[in-house]
Design a protein around this ligand. Structure first.
Ligand SMILES: Cc1cc2nc3c(=O)[nH]c(=O)nc-3n(C[C@H](O)[C@H](O)[C@H](O)COP(=O)(O)OP(=O)(O)OC[C@H]3O[C@@H](n4cnc5c(N)ncnc54)[C@H](O)[C@@H]3O)c2cc1C
Length: 313
């Protein structure tokens, strides 16, 4: 027997509107009323405020221009969860770590308070606690992770999915992880499914050896930025040409990155894959600094920004 009532979810009506609800006592306001507090809005907010105030001994009147609980409260899918709609990682970027954590904690406390209130009032709400972690597809974005143009793409995607999945379940209880993807047979997703980090390592290390990527080499990543595309292209070639004689076999590029324009600045990239030879790396860094100086002496390349990133991770 199904645990919930079957309803047609694509009808454009919420589950509350699609079923008969117990009548809510309300009547038109035809005469003056006296109360300690007047609440405007008979949705979930008004109801909760009224509950708290009347519990504190105040007399309360709620008014609304429509029937009670027919505003946005009627549209809610009623998912009670202690995370708010914005994922914690995004909220941290927006408001800083302390504030973001406090917001999340407070929403957790509210949920506990709501549960306690429902119990206290003896409401049979059929409240079921789940140990599963549900992630919206575009928050984790498994497909996006796997299509990123970077030699660490598989390792990173695996690591992130494993890490997030590891948070499902609580203490001894087993959780359930659902990953939304358009490529379910992707090898990395299979490895995540099997939790097979050893195989991931064996396959990845082999590829890195073959294509001379770290840990078999050291990487220097150079980004060139300028508001005029032509200028940045020419500057990056000028820079690379100056290094060709000594480091030609280790240069990859210059080339336009996948995201080729940020904040009105056109970008070009150059990758230098050097053997793990300390002396050679030190010399290369010195030669690169000289090359930057030469570039900036050139009249048309004066305002080109050059960003060097060694062993970028
Ligand atoms: C599609 C959808 C899905 C959602 N799913 C979830 C979910 O899963 N989980 C969750 O926690 N939240 C969810 N929400 C959000 C949640 O529904 C709302 O945050 C919540 O219902 C807001 O309640 P409220 O009482 O503040 O507003 P409302 O329910 O809209 O109540 C406000 C009331 O005030 C009245 N009013 C306004 N101005 C006046 C005025 N001047 N004079 C008289 N009356 C006035 C309106 O008529 C209305 O009845 C969802 C919302 C939508 C739309």
């Amino acid at each position: 027997m199904p645990a919930t009532k079957r309803v047609h979810l694509w009808s454009g009506r919420s589950v509350w509107q699609a079923r008969r609800l117990p009548p809510l006592p309300s009547r038109p306001l035809t005469r003056d009323l006296v109360a300690d507090v007047l609440i405007v809005g008979a949705g979930i907010s008004g109801a909760m405020v009224a509950d708290a105030l009347s519990d504190a001994g105040l007399s309360v009147v709620i008014v609304d221009r429509r029937d009670p609980v027919t505003g946005s409260s009627a549209a809610s899918t009623a998912l009670l969860q202690y995370e708010i709609d914005t994922p914690l990682c995004q909220l941290i970027k927006q408001t800083g770590q302390d504030r973001a954590q406090r917001i999340w904690r407070r929403s957790r406390v509210s949920l506990d308070a709501l549960r306690a209130r429902v119990r206290h009032l003896g409401i049979d709400a059929d409240c079921i606690e789940r140990d599963s972690l549900y992630l919206q597809g575009n928050v984790l974005d498994a497909d996006g992770l796997l299509s990123f143009a970077d030699f660490r793409v598989n390792e990173r995607a695996f690591q992130l999915m494993e890490q997030v999945s590891g948070r499902a379940g609580r203490k001894e209880a087993t959780g359930k992880v659902l990953i939304q993807t358009i490529q379910p047979s992707h090898p990395v997703l299979q490895l995540v499914k099997d939790h097979d980090y050893k195989k991931l390592y064996t396959e990845e290390i082999e590829k890195r050896k073959q294509f001379f990527y770290p840990p078999f080499s050291r990487l220097i990543h150079v980004t060139f930025k300028h508001k005029i595309k032509e200028v940045v292209e020419k500057a990056s070639h000028f820079f690379a040409d100056g290094l060709k004689t000594k480091y030609g076999q280790w240069l990859v590029g210059p080339a336009e990155p996948v995201i080729n324009r940020i904040r009105n600045q056109h970008l070009m990239e150059l990758l230098i894959k050097l053997p793990r030879d300390t002396k050679m790396i030190a010399n290369c860094k010195k030669d690169m600094l000289e090359q930057v100086a030469l570039l900036h002496q050139h009249k048309s390349f004066k305002s080109v920004t050059v960003v060097n990133n060694v062993d970028v991770v």
